[in-house]
Design a protein around this ligand. Structure first.
Ligand SMILES: [Zn+2]
Length: 87
C-alpha cells in the first residue's frame, strides 16, 4: 500500500518530535521536514534535516521498502550509524 502525501514543508517544531528516519528525538525549536500523509488515517511524519537530505538524494532505493513503496520507520538509521554520522 502506498501512502498519499497531502503536503510537506519545513517547520520549526513547537514540541519534541521523533525523526521517522533515524529515530532520534529532537527537542522543540529544530527545523524538521513534516509530511502529512494519508493511508487509512491522517498522519504526520517528521524527518530531521539529515534524513530529509539523505532521502532526497541518490540513496532513494536504499530507504524505500521494496514491498511497500514508501519509507518506513528507522529507514535511514542503520545507514547513518554505518557511516558514523549518528551513534
Ligand atoms: Zn533523522
Amino acid at each position: 500500500m502506498k501512502m498519499d502525501v497531502l503536503g510537506s514543508k519545513y517547520v520549526r517544531t513547537r514540541k519534541k518530535h521523533q525523526c521517522m528516519g533515524c529515530l532520534r528525538v529532537f527537542e522543540k525549536g529544530h527545523k524538521m521536514h513534516v509530511a502529512v500523509c494519508v493511508d487509512d488515517r491522517i498522519m504526520r511524519t517528521y524527518l530531521c534535516r539529515t534524513c530529509d537530505i539523505l532521502i532526497k538524494t541518490d540513496k532513494d532505493e536504499i530507504f524505500v521498502d521494496p514491498c511497500e513503496g514508501y519509507y518506513h520507520e528507522g529507514c535511514t538509521r542503520e545507514y547513518l550509524i554505518d557511516k558514523g554520522i549518528i551513534k
